[in-house]
Write a new protein. Sequence first.
Length: 128
Amino acid sequence: MPQRRELMKGNVDSLLLCLIGQQSMYGYQIIKELEQRSQGYFKFKEGTLYPALHRLEKAGLIRGKWRALPNGQQRKYYHITDKGLSILVEKRSQWQDFLVAMNLIIQPVSFDYEVGKEVCDAKGSHYY
């Protein structure tokens, strides 16, 4: 689990901007959506989520707005701002470049016994 935490550092903002960029959400909804979409990989605690939301709000990337529910309760929904959308586009591009580069390295390598070479499954490149 500590390794997972290390991978998360620096990526929480990207995940939140991506979700909130797709639709306005409130805190608990964000926690559940992250967990569901990641098939349980991302399990945020309130102590991680709310400081990140406040940081994004302070930076002007998202805006929180209180809404009254039919039962009278208030819930704060977060919306992405134009500035947040610009940052999201930039972060998505960086992530896609990163994922492509990572996949080129970590793709399983198999040995082609007929050719007598290792073959990289990703591109069919041969390595001696």
